[in-house]
Design a protein around this ligand. Structure first.
Ligand code: URP
Ligand code: ZN
Ligand code: ZN
Ligand code: ZN
Length: 467
């Protein structure tokens, strides 16, 4: 480790763009100084990274990943090791993954199981949210202890009856508890009971192809659940609410209305909803299975509302919901029955690049790119200051980003442990060049030079938007 100077770059944060050199000592950023200034010229270091003509940005914070998630009769194909190496390749230096409470078991058992999977193998730092699948007196009490340990956010599902679904009373109780302990409730907002009725009807009528996955998961059933979650959060005492993987314009409208009323309601969307659509689900020959996730990809017309909400701050965060399943042997489980296709898309490696492409395309500004991908997720989940910015005292999680480099996304060249790319053949402008994770170079030009176990568990504070 030791001292590293990054020279000649344009430092881009959510707040500023400055031509500055950055001094790293050990795990921390210790100083920024104007390029060519006496201070910057006085720095000595073991290593100088040339960032001329490039950006120096904070490492990405992906607040929604599912490494090794069991789903249906299979398990997401990236391990914490392969998934965090892929994250590093893509300029993401923090992931917040979801530990799962199994029904009938404690939160503690779930967290211990996920901690064991991640311990000693991650390439970059990681935290956990907790999926609460069983709202009981005991699990509600456990939430307090988890918040104190730095697991400060809890995902509740309004979908997947019989597996993850919490009913309205359970959701309300979890929200009330979070109101007392400072936790942030995250809602998967889809009316899963109604969706299951429509799915059974579609299958009975012989509509078994992947595109029907998208059709039965109606946009109205996303916006209805979003509305319901917001009202329950109000009833619980105006507690903060974070709606995950928002895809429907009608759901965006619910969030915008709540925020305009001054409620502490937040939302994320994901690159797949911005760059892909129901057209992908309708690709012939079961190719559509590659795009099955929930909430589903929507018709293209929904995208404009998502882009707009990202500009107006009605949506604050872009995460990936990275949850990869191979086409061979995993997605194929749902041939002849779309309801058996494991839900999820790979993407942890491409979020920073796809959002940079959105800068190139004029959807968002350069600083908004960093806000959505680094600063806002760090603030939302109690990591800001340490993660999400380039400033003295912050962890030296830094990316030298070449905004002019061209690349083509492909399964042949990506590093995620999955046999296809949802973005196969897509040309993007911009590329990660060098990545530091807590002061250690983990991506060096074209190679991964980190080591498993460098990444550490991050105990998180509470949501920094509401305190
Ligand atoms: O399809 C998805 N999103 N799979 C991961 C689980 C979830 O609901 O986030
Ligand atoms: Zn979900
Ligand atoms: Zn608004
Ligand atoms: Zn998810």
């Amino acid at each position: 480790m030791g001292r590293i100077v990054i020279r000649g770059g344009l430092v881009v944060t959510a707040a500023d763009e400055v031509e500055a050199d950055v001094l790293v000592d050990g795990e921390k950023i210790v100083a920024l100084a104007a390029r060519g200034s006496a201070e910057a010229e006085s720095w000595t270091a073991e290593r100088v990274v040339d960032a001329g003509g490039r950006y120096v940005i904070p490492g990405g914070v992906d607040a929604h990943t599912h490494m090794e998630l069991p789903f249906g009769n299979t398990v997401a194909s990236d391990t914490f090791e392969t998934g965090t190496v892929a994250a590093a390749w893509g300029g993401t230096t923090t992931v917040v993954d979801f530990a799962v409470q199994t029904r009938g078991r404690s939160l503690r058992e779930g967290l211990d199981a996920w901690s064991a999977k991640a311990a000693g193998v991650c390439a970059v730092d990681y935290g956990f949210h907790m999926i609460v699948s069983d709202v009981t007196d005991a699990s509600l009490r456990e939430m307090d202890g988890l918040v104190a340990e730095g697991v400060t956010s809890f995902k509740l599902f309004m979908a997947y009856p019989g597996v993850f679904l919490s009913d309205d009373g359970q959701l309300l109780r979890a929200m009330q508890r979070a109101g007392g302990n400072g936790g942030l409730v995250m809602a998967h907002a889809e009316n899963g009971v109604a969706i299951d009725v429509l799915a059974a009807q579609a299958l009975a009528a012989g509509r078994t192809e992947p595109r029907h996955h998208g059709e039965v998961r109606r946009a109205l059933l996303e916006s209805e659940a979003t509305h319901r979650a917001i009202q329950l959060a109000r009833v619980a005492g105006d507690v903060p609410l974070y709606v995950v993987h928002v895809s429907a314009r009608e759901a965006v409208a619910e969030l915008a209305r709540a925020r305009d009323a001054g409620l502490p309601v937040f939302g994320e969307t994901c690159p797949q909803y911005l760059f892909l659509s129901a057209d992908n689900l309708a690709e012939p020959g079961f190719e559509g299975a590659k795009y099955v996730c929930s909430t589903p990809l929507r018709p293209r017309e929904h995208q404009a509302a998502l882009w707009r909400a990202l500009r107006t701050d009605d949506l604050q965060v872009v995460s990936t919901d990275h949850c990869p399943f191979c086409f061979a042997g995993q997605k194929e489980l749902g041939r002849g029955d779309f309801s058996k296709i494991p839900n999820g898309l790979p993407g942890v490696e491409h979020r920073m690049d796809l959002l940079h492409q959105a800068v190139v395309d004029g959807h968002i500004s350069r600083r908004r790119w960093i806000e959505l991908a680094c600063a806002a997720p760090a603030r939302m989940f109690g990591l800001y200051g340490r993660k999400g910015t380039v400033a003295p005292g912050a962890d030296a999680d830094l990316v030298v980003y070449d905004p002019a480099a061209e690349q083509t996304i492909s399964a042949a060249t990506h590093h995620m442990n999955v046999d296809y790319s949802a973005y196969e053949g897509r040309r993007v402008t911009g590329r990660v060049e060098t990545v530091l994770s807590r002061g250690r170079v983990v991506i060096d030009g074209r190679g991964y030079v980190g080591r498993p176990g460098h990444g550490r568990f991050l105990p998180r504070g509470t949501c920094q938007y509401v305190r």
